[in-house]
Write a protein that binds this ligand. Structure first.
Ligand code: GAL
Length: 685
């Protein structure tokens, strides 16, 4: 592989967007599951629904290479011809997400092995060991043949490599993986004593005399070495990325102008999106809101803000969402009327230039036949299809949105290394889970009407008025210094408990927690005091937050103040008056510390004050609770998108001059009436 082939092709993504001419709309298209006649109806319905981009061939390896080397792309050539004839662009998959039966038959060693030592068989999908040279080689060969075959096809607009890397197989524990891990460690540490030092192997007699003696952290009698586990997560992520790169480099060599992407699974822990994203031409994510959630739009919002943050605010692709229900939860809720539209516009409001679904036509057989489709089992005469077609038409009516950007003043920090380390076993509390703790911060900011970029600690923080670091357990000294200088230079920082605790090898920063942030936060902690499962603690605001109330749980710390002032104190009998949340003026900025988990009321009070002090302005003042507003602006104009996440009607008064971008008459609007789950898209001027 030539390393130059790993770099995204400049301008490749813009060619895709220019070709589409407006927001992309479509989904996974799997015509191979259907008789040939169905395609005519598909194409007619796609035209009606204004579909302009479809993902083709994700699980088609066994069809295009039914036995070794017997490549036959004629079926998909016809599909792409038909798509092109209907003005639809293909996001052509490299078809490598599910190895075909012949490959497993000839090379059973490609099958993944669990930490418990079980071999995972074929019959599902993603049944390959990420380190398998055989899998990588056969996948790259297929990508090469495919790219060579389709390089000049006019329908080809985007390459879709693999599918949701890491979704089913985050890591493999086979002997091939073990050998690859040893090679990876040799490269990383060079000297085995450096590894001993990094892994603290004098603990429990784990000192290695040679790299050859190292094994993956498979099932062990008790907690396997945490630093070894952490390195295994890094290694496994990089092995998955190497699978992607093996294919992407072929595509970039054979079709240099065609953009390359892969679809991340939103909220997935095993794949470090921030490390992968620079190697794509455009970021794409799959996100499956759970309509049974109390606030089903929050977790997807966080996913969208992360994917946008992964490429510096560039437009991104919502590659998959469900038209209605999924089939893989224990109880699969449908999207009630209007919700699919609302949540699709939510993605656009968070910067998506493509709204796509899994999948076009609901399967008749196979493991996903009860997963909704844009064309359901009932056919086009159905609520789901009607809502889909209406959404496609609506999105097509606002081409000016294409390429416009969301700009936010607040960043939430997320670091995959810290996530991996935070959730290792043998910790003070098993309750500190990254995804939930992120939402503890994200939800109240959302309620305050404040848009957020989710970025890594290494991002350019100077661009933000407020930076929030939820439970950033692993923090390098350099990143801690960056946070410190950010505050010294006038920034506002909010840090939550169990942050800045360990270095990159999961070794504790000494001298009182959170050692590398003590100076900027003006606090010192000697001991963590995790709460029992249902234990709660009353807290109350003080100083500028006098009168504010809240309830805390999960975690407490006996905070010593070394410069900070309390903003919230505990109000429970045992800890009355001890600081729970603090504020520290440091240099030209302010740093807050939350030593406990506050409920939403408490969080809104603390973050509300931080937001106000930092001069952060919501997109629109005075919005009714549950109504979200977002602004996108750029060459195509300035757009205000209003989303009513509630089941009630609301009225929103606007300042300035706006027209209704969804109204063909371009009506001027000063007040917007939003029905339950309603959406409004307004253009400035
Ligand atoms: C995604 C996957 C699709 C489909 C979908 C169902 O994770 O990429 O192929 O399985 O889930 O929700």
């Amino acid at each position: 592989m030539d390393v130059n082939d790993l770099n995204p092709a400049p301008g490749a993504a813009s060619r895709l967007w220019r070709g589409l001419g407006g927001l992309a709309f479509g989904g996974d298209y799997n015509p191979e599951q259907w008789p040939a006649e169905t395609r005519a109806e598909d194409l007619r319905l796609m035209a009606e629904a204004k579909v302009n981009l479809v993902t083709v061939g994700v699980f088609a390896w066994a069809r295009v290479e039914p036995v070794r080397d017997a490549y036959d792309f004629s079926y998909f050539e016809k599909v792409l011809d038909d798509l092109h004839a209907h003005g639809i662009t293909a996001d052509l998959a490299t078809m490598t997400a599910s190895p075909p039966p012949w490959l497993v038959h000839e090379h059973p060693e490609i099958l993944p092995v669990t930490a418990e030592g079980a071999v995972l068989g074929p019959g599902g999908r993603q049944h390959f060991c990420p380190s398998s040279p055989v899998y990588r080689e056969r996948a790259a060969m297929l990508a090469e043949r495919l790219a060579t075959h389709f390089r000049d096809h006019p329908a080809l607009g985007l390459w879709h490599v693999g599918n949701e890397y890491g979704c089913h197989i985050a890591a493999c524990y086979c002997e091939v993986s073990a050998a690859a891990f040893r090679r990876w460690l040799r490269e990383r540490y060079d000297d085995v004593d450096a590894l001993n030092d990094a892994w603290s192997t004098d603990f429990w007699s784990q000192r290695y005399a040679s790299f050859d003696h190292v094994r993956p952290p498979a099932l062990a009698p008790t907690f396997p070495n945490p630093a070894q586990q952490l390195d295994y997560m890094r290694f496994s992520d990089q092995e998955l990325r190497a699978c992607f790169e093996a294919e992407a480099s072929v595509l970039r060599r054979v079709t240099p102008g065609v953009p390359v992407t892969t679809n991340f699974l939103g909220g997935l822990k095993s794949v470090d999106v921030f490390e992968w994203a620079p190697g794509l031409d455009v970021a794409a994510v799959d996100c499956y809101a759970d309509p049974h959630d109390e606030r089903p739009h929050l977790a997807p919002g966080l996913v969208y803000d992360t994917i946008r943050g992964s490429r510096g605010g560039e437009p991104w692709i919502l590659m998959e969402q469900a038209p209605s229900a999924v089939n893989w939860r224990a109880r699969n809720a449908v999207k009630q009327p209007g919700r699919m539209r609302l949540w699709s516009w939510q993605a656009v409001a968070h910067g998506a230039d493509a709204v796509m679904f899994f999948q076009w036509r609901q399967s008749r057989g196979g493991a996903e036949k009860f997963h909704s489709g844009m064309v359901p089992h009932a056919g086009a005469d159905s609520r789901v299809y009607r809502e889909i077609a209406a959404l496609g038409q609506e999105l097509a009516s606002v081409p000016g949105l294409l390429g416009t950007r969301v700009r936010n003043q607040v960043a939430i920090l997320l670091d995959w290394n810290s996530w991996w380390a935070l959730e290792l076993d043998s910790h003070p509390s098993a309750g500190v889970r990254q995804a939930e703790r992120l939402l503890d911060h994200y939800g109240p900011l959302h309620d305050l009407g404040v848009g957020v970029d989710v970025v890594p600690p290494s991002a350019d923080l100077g661009a933000y008025a407020l930076v929030v670091a939820p439970n950033l357990y692993l923090l390098s000294t350099e990143d801690a210094e960056r946070l410190t200088s950010y505050v010294a230079g006038g920034g506002a920082l909010v840090v939550s408990f169990f942050s800045g605790i360990v270095d990159q090898h999961d070794r504790v920063h000494l001298g009182g927690y959170p050692a590398p942030l003590r100076e900027v936060l003006g606090v010192r902690v000697e001991e963590f005091c995790p709460a029992a499962e249902h234990e709660t603690f009353a807290v109350r605001g003080c100083g500028a937050l006098e009168g504010a109330e809240g309830v805390a749980d999960l975690w407490r710390e006996d905070l010593q103040l070394t410069g900070a002032e309390p903003e919230f104190v505990f109000d429970s009998a045992d800890w009355a008056g001890r600081p729970a949340v603090t504020r520290h003026e440091f240099g030209a900025g302010v740093a807050r510390y939350l030593s406990t988990r506050l409920d939403e009321t408490g969080m809104r009070a603390v973050l509300g004050r931080a937001v106000a002090e930092a001069g952060v302005r919501p997109a629109l003042q005075g919005l009714p609770a549950g109504v979200e507003a977002a602004v996108r602006s750029g060459d195509g104009g300035t757009f205000l998108i209003l989303l009513n996440h509630t089941g009630d009607k609301h009225e929103v008064r606007l300042d300035g001059e706006w027209t209704d971008a969804l109204d063909p008459a371009d009506a001027r609007v000063s007040t917007v009436a939003l029905p339950p789950a309603g959406v409004a898209v307004l253009r400035a001027g």
